[in-house]
Structures are given as C-alpha cells and as structure tokens.
Design a protein around this ligand. Sequence first.
Ligand SMILES: [Zn+2]
Length: 181
Amino acid sequence: MASYSPGQRIEARCTRCRDITGHIIVVVLDGEVAKVECCACGSVHKYYPAENKARPVKERPLRVQSGQERGEAVLNRSSARTRVELAAASGAGTGTVPRPAKLSRAEQQSVKLREELEHQWQEAMARNPGMPKPYAMDGAFALGSLVEHPSFGVGMVLSVTPPDRIDVLFREGIKALRCRC
Ligand SMILES: [Zn+2]
C-alpha cells in the first residue's frame, strides 16, 4: 500500500467539479488521505476516492411511493423532457395519455345554459298539454303556444316579433323562426 504525504498529487473525486480530477493532498491522518485540494477548481475538501464514482455522494436515495413502480419513480425524477422522450420511445404516444376532462369556463357556462334551457323546455312541455301546431313559414303562432318543427321537434313560442319572427324554445335551445305574425 502506497503511503501518502501532504503535497502529493492524487486522483480524487471533487465535490464541486462532480468529476474525477487531479488533487493535491492537504491532510494525511494515520496514513490515509483526509483532505485534498482540487487542482481544477481549487476547493479543499474531504478526500473521496476516485474509484467510488459509481455512487456519488450527492445522490439522494430514490423514494418509491407505495403503488408506484420503481421505474416510474425514476421517470418522475427525470426531467419532463426526458419523460416525454421515453414515453415516445416506448410507443406510448401523446395520443394514449389521457387528457384531464376539464372544461374551460366558456364551455362550462355553455353546458350550464344548455341544461337550463332543456329544463325550461321540459317545464314548458309539462305546462302545455295541448297539441303542437306544425310549423309553417306562412303560419301564425301565438305567444306561449306549441310549435312542431320538422328538425327541432316540439317547442314553445317564447316571443313574437312582428312582422315575421318568433323565438321558439326547443329542447336544443332557442331558435328564431320565420312566420306570419
Ligand atoms: Zn474541483
């Protein structure tokens, strides 16, 4: 076994360079190198043998949460970019990644409005047990009466705007129709 003495040059792992660099021995304790000075960055630190590079000191123990595969934990620790690349490489394209079913504010309002209209329509149908009048462009329709449209179904006249327009509440929403008022 070689004996060490201060001032001697030695290969060691530098904590600042995070690499194996040339070091000058600063302190020797009981024949063992205790402190070294890095020739690359000049930092003086504890001696870490060069051959120990496989287990860098800064490496934190990998935490694997319950229900999570170790591979997944490794992926999570990697950068997002690496994760995407790995996903692409393993054939799991972005198309298979489930997107969160979150509606935008506008979409939410639109859905709410639709539900409200449908509710109004159902109430209108319940209030009006009479037979709907088939819709015709030259027909006349009274406020609150029922209209049957070939594509929209049965609706209730919400407003009459002379000379030629009625707004009708159908199940799918309010439609403006031409008529003879
Ligand atoms: Zn260094």
